[in-house]
Design a protein around this ligand. Structure first.
Ligand SMILES: [Ca+2]
Ligand SMILES: [Ca+2]
Ligand SMILES: [Ca+2]
Ligand SMILES: [Ca+2]
Length: 271
């Protein structure tokens, strides 16, 4: 350990200080500081959840956790319900939570501010086993132990529209038939985009009506519907979906196209 003046050596005055150093017990010291050393997330069968509590306790502490997802089979989509909370011991400390799949793809990177409400998200799992990493956010200094709790529940989510090739982009949009019939679907995970296309008769002027609702059920997502014709035409959304059922509707004027024009693509997406 070296103590010295830092810079401005031409203006030094004598100045006293005191220093103390000692060792303290920690939950783990260099026990899981790399992906190779990742510790297993303990599985609680009763809650069907992987649960762990830990702490960032020293400079350079990284906490890697191994999720043995290749051994978990689902009939639908494998979605991870991830929850993270601090215990209020170190408010304003910024944690970073990262999730990677077996191939090293980063599926989630989130900064969590200590003292705020628990973080929860649902992520579509990739292939093979996964890894969760808890570390201080970039630029965040560690001056005191920063404890946390972490839980991961593996959900089996039924969303047939996501079967390959899925409907996550405009090129794999699912065709809708014009008319009063409803198509039921689901926003199944964070970042789920559901694209639909609608072929319209362009010989005459028309008004297109679009309805999206949750059939009277509480909505668990903030829904947005964008209606595209070459470029974005119109967007409707519910910025606080969780305050009750969602009902969105809109009407759009679709002018007749020049008969010599090529067929025009019209679709809309919700996310
Ligand atoms: Ca630790
Ligand atoms: Ca560690
Ligand atoms: Ca979907
Ligand atoms: Ca989708």
């Amino acid at each position: 350990m070296l103590i010295e003046d830092f810079g401005r050596n031409d203006a030094d005055e004598s100045s006293t200080y005191r220093i103390s150093a000692g060792s303290v017990p920690v939950g783990e010291a260099n026990g899981n500081d790399s992906q190779e050393q990742a510790s297993s997330l303990p599985y609680q069968a009763a809650e069907q959840t992987y649960l762990e509590s830990g702490a960032l306790e020293y400079s350079g502490d990284q906490d890697w956790y191994h999720l043995p997802l290749s051994g978990v089979t689902t009939s639908g989509l494998k979605v991870l319900d991830i929850r993270f909370d601090d215990t209020g011991a170190n408010p304003d400390f910024r944690y970073q939570i990262s999730l990677t799949d077996a191939a090293g793809n980063v599926l989630l990177s989130h900064d969590y501010l200590g003292g705020s409400t628990a973080y929860q998200t649902e992520i579509l799992a990739g292939d093979g086993d996964h890894y969760l990493l808890i570390q201080p956010a970039e630029g965040q200094l560690l001056t005191a132990s920063a404890p946390y709790t972490l839980s991961v529940r593996v959900l089996d989510v039924d969303d047939p529209a996501e079967a390959a090739p899925g409907n996550d982009d405009i090129n794999t949009a699912e065709a809708l038939s014009p008319g009063p019939a409803w198509t039921s679907a689901k926003i199944a995970f964070r970042g789920d985009h559901d694209w639909y296309s609608l072929a319209t008769d362009t010989a005459v002027n028309r008004v297109m009506e679009v309805f999206l609702d949750t059939d009277g059920q509480m909505s668990l997502a903030d829904y947005a519907v964008s209606i595209m014709l070459d470029d974005q035409l119109h967007k409707i959304y519910d910025s606080n979906g969780s305050d009750g059922p969602t009902e969105l509707k809109t009407s759009l004027y679709l002018p007749a196209a020049n008969p010599s024009a090529p067929a025009t693509y019209r679709g809309f997406g919700a996310f």
